[in-house]
Each structure stands twice: as C-alpha cells, then as structure tokens.
Design a protein around this ligand. Structure first.
Ligand SMILES: Cc1cc2nc3c(=O)[nH]c(=O)nc-3n(C[C@H](O)[C@H](O)[C@H](O)COP(=O)(O)OP(=O)(O)OC[C@H]3O[C@@H](n4cnc5c(N)ncnc54)[C@H](O)[C@@H]3O)c2cc1C
Ligand SMILES: NC(=O)c1ccc[n+]([C@@H]2O[C@H](COP(=O)([O-])OP(=O)(O)OC[C@H]3O[C@@H](n4cnc5c(N)ncnc54)[C@H](OP(=O)(O)O)[C@@H]3O)[C@@H](O)[C@H]2O)c1
Length: 332
C-alpha cells in the first residue's frame, strides 16, 4: 500500500501490495476519518488474524501476552468467550489494547472492507413501475454484556430522509417462476422473508394466476403482519391463499405457532400442491432453523399423503431441490 500526503490529513492511496484487499470505489484521495467512517469495517467482531497482527503492533508486555494467549490453539475458547460470544467489536478490542500503534500502511491488513448488504426486492415492476420496494428489519439488540448494538446498514437506512440518494447495485435473484399457469407456487416467508414473496405474488397476480399460497409468520397480528391488507384483499378476490402464524399472540407458556406448524396442519393441501400438481416451494427469511423445519413439514406431507416411506420422503424433497422446485433465499 503506497500512501502520499497531499494536504493536512489527506492522502493518496496506491494499490501496490496485491495481496491486500482494497474497498471498492475507494477515492484516490482520502483521510483516515473518511476511510473509517465509509470504507472499513471496525464494527464487526474481529477474526483471529486481526489478533495476530495486533500482537505484532502491541508494545505493552501484558497486552502481548494476552494476545499470544488468544491466538494460541489452547486459547481458542478464551478468544471465543472474549469476542464472538459477547459480539465484541474491533473498535472495542482496540480500546482495550491501547499500546498498539498501527502504521497506516497496514490499515487494509487489519480492517476488512465494509461489505455491501443485500436486500430482497419486495415489489414487482408490473405493479410498481420504476420503483423498488424493500422490507427491512432494523437491527437493534443487546449483547450478553448488555451493550446496545445497532446494525451498520439498517441504522444508516433508517436515518435517510426523503430525497436522499444512495449508491446501490442490482443482482439477479435466485427465484424464477414457472411459466405453466397450472403450476402452483407455495411461498413460505416469515418476518422479512416476506420481501421476495411480495414481488413473487404481485407478479403471479399480474400474470393472472390464482394458484399461489402464502405462509407468513410474524410475532403479532397487530404489530408486524407486514402488508396484511394486501394479502387479505388478494385472498378475498381469490387470487391468493393466505395463512398466517402469529407466534406471540397466544397465551404465555404455550408453544409458539410457526409457519411450519400451519404447513403440518395443511399436510394434505401441501401434498396436493407440491406432490400431485408438482408445484414450486419458495422459502425465504432470516431464521436459521426455519428452512429445515419447513422441509421437515413437506417431508411429513409427502409421507402421510403421498404414501412414501420416511427415506423416500427425504429423497422426494431432495429431488425437488435438484429439479428447481424448491428454492431458498435465506440469510442469517
Ligand atoms: C440474499 C439476501 C437477502 C436479504 N434480504 C433482506 C431483506 O429483504 N430484508 C432484511 O431486513 N434483511 C435482508 N437481508 C439481510 C441484510 O443483508 C443485512 O444482513 C441485515 O439488514 C443486517 O445488516 P446491518 O448492517 O444493519 O447489520 P450488521 O451491522 O451487519 O449486524 C448484523 C449482525 O448483528 C448480529 N445480530 C443481529 N441481531 C442480533 C440479535 N438479536 N442478537 C445477537 N446478535 C444479533 C448478527 O451477528 C448479525 O450478523 C438479506 C440478506 C441476504 C444475503
Ligand atoms: N418482527 C419484529 O417485530 C422485529 C422488531 C424489531 C427487530 N426485529 C429484528 O429483526 C430481525 C429480523 O426480523 P424478522 O421480522 O425478519 O424476523 P423475526 O421477527 O425474528 O421472525 C419472524 C417470525 O418467525 C418466527 N420464528 C422464529 N424462529 C422460527 C423458526 N425456527 N421457525 C419458524 N419461524 C420462526 C418468529 O417467532 P418468535 O420470534 O416469536 O419466536 C416470528 O414470528 C431479527 O433480528 C429481529 O430480532 C424484528
């Protein structure tokens, strides 16, 4: 990395060390403030390689010992407890290892580029020409150490005002819809997983299909049942079959109802749509366990109403995936 001073606090950056990854769209002239506020990620939980490099720049003996411990094989659990478990950020680690002086030539080795965040397009161009709708959950939580945390991108988005402009890119999605009007589509999208489903449903309705089903899951019918007026209106017009699981509206202490529970209740219908009529299943959302549970519900329907053994039902769902009849757009 070559740096040349051009004015007080401003430098030109030249990519001379090819093993270093530079952030995209880096301007030729930057200041450290601009680099750290717009291009580098120091809010993320640091990786082991960060501690290895930090050890190199720390001058305090106790700090070096601690960093040696973290990067050793025996210290792996301790580093997990210190960092990953409590979501300690890079800048919090730096504020505890204060003896480290990092020469600016090494900035791109220590701090990874701020990565772009992806959001599913929640609208069909046929319904909303020249518009892109998003359905975004603003990330806010407290760590195990009771520290308040905000998501980098969603906090930024939530602070935007009407008329502000953004640099965005578009990427082709994973979902392709059937052209045969007789092929049913079953959408399963709890929470913000509803985003791509809204685009799918709008597109299907625009094309005149009436064999689309939506399984939606939210915490409470009155708080986060996104787009419910639209679903109810489409359902009334018989253009959509709408099922919703409101997980936190039931009595305290009773097991929460999720999308997969509704699918188990509807096992015969699921077999008719996905088995007999060879429909397409689309799963989307942010839960790690949800997609597995939804597959399990489909396997159950294949077993009970498709007359398959457990092993055959497992293979049936695997085959759906291979044939492109089971599409997943999930994130953690
Ligand atoms: C293909 C794709 C499509 C997506 N579509 C959408 C979409 O339509 N809508 C949408 O809202 N998001 C969507 N996402 C997720 C989105 O890209 C971002 O990851 C998300 O918005 C968080 O970004 P952030 O910068 O605000 O949070 P970050 O600063 O990146 O923080 C997120 C991190 O915080 C931690 N975290 C978050 N909540 C908690 C918690 N409760 N407890 C403990 N730790 C927690 C986790 O480690 C998580 O990885 C999609 C992702 C992908 C890959
Ligand atoms: N939805 C909100 O009102 C809300 C508000 C603020 C912040 N957020 C945050 O935003 C992020 C994403 O939110 P989101 O709205 O996309 O999703 P979400 O609210 O976390 O989840 C959507 C629905 O899926 C349910 N769910 C949880 N585990 C499941 C599983 N294993 N299988 C099936 N369903 C499951 C949830 O139930 P339970 O959660 O009841 O178990 C909820 O009903 C999360 O980090 C969340 O904490 C959400």
């Amino acid at each position: 990395m070559g740096w040349t001073n051009v004015a007080d606090d401003f430098f030109t950056v030249e990519h001379t060390m090819l093993d270093q990854t530079l952030p995209d769209h880096l301007p030729k002239i930057v200041s450290l403030r601009i680099l750290f506020t717009r291009y580098l990620d120091f809010n993320a939980v640091p990786r082991r390689s960060f501690f290895q490099l930090l050890r190199y720049f720390a001058t305090d003996e106790l700090e070096r010992e601690k960093l040696d411990e973290f990067v050793s094989i025996e210290g792996a659990d301790e580093m997990y407890d210190y960092c990953q478990r409590v979501k300690r950020t890079t800048w919090e680690v730096l504020s505890e290892f204060r003896s480290a002086r990092i020469p600016r030539e090494y900035v791109f080795d220590l701090f990874p580029p701020l990565r772009p965040r992806e959001f599913s397009i929640a609208s069909s161009v046929e319904f909303h020409p020249r518009e892109i709708h998003l359905c975004v959950a603003i990330v806010r939580y407290r760590t195990k150490l009771k520290m308040h945390r905000k998501g980098v991108c969603t906090s930024y988005l939530s602070g935007l005002k009407l008329g502000d402009t953004l640099r965005i890119g578009l990427r082709k999605g994973f979902i392709s819809l059937p052209t045969d009007p007789n092929t049913p589509v079953v959408c399963v999208g709890p929470g913000t997983g509803i985003a791509p489903m809204r685009a799918v449903i709008e597109q299907r309705i625009h094309e005149g299909h009436t064999n689309t089903t939506l399984y939606f899951g939210c915490r409470s019918a009155h708080k986060d049942q996104h787009y419910h007026a639209e679903w109810e209106s489409h359902a009334e017009e018989r253009k959509l079959r709408y099922r919703v699981a409101c997980s936190r509206d039931g009595p305290e202490g009773v097991k929460r109802t999720y999308v997969q529970d509704l699918m188990k209740e509807d096992a015969q219908y699921i077999w008719t749509m996905l088995g007999q009529q060879r429909g397409i299943l689309i799963i989307s959302g942010s839960s790690n366990k949800m997609p597995t549970a939804v597959r399990e519900a489909v396997r159950g329907a294949v077993e009970r109403f498709g007359g398959r053994s457990n092993a055959e039902a497992v293979e049936y769902v695997a085959a759906m995936e291979r044939e492109g009849r089971l599409i997943e757009e999930c994130w953690s």
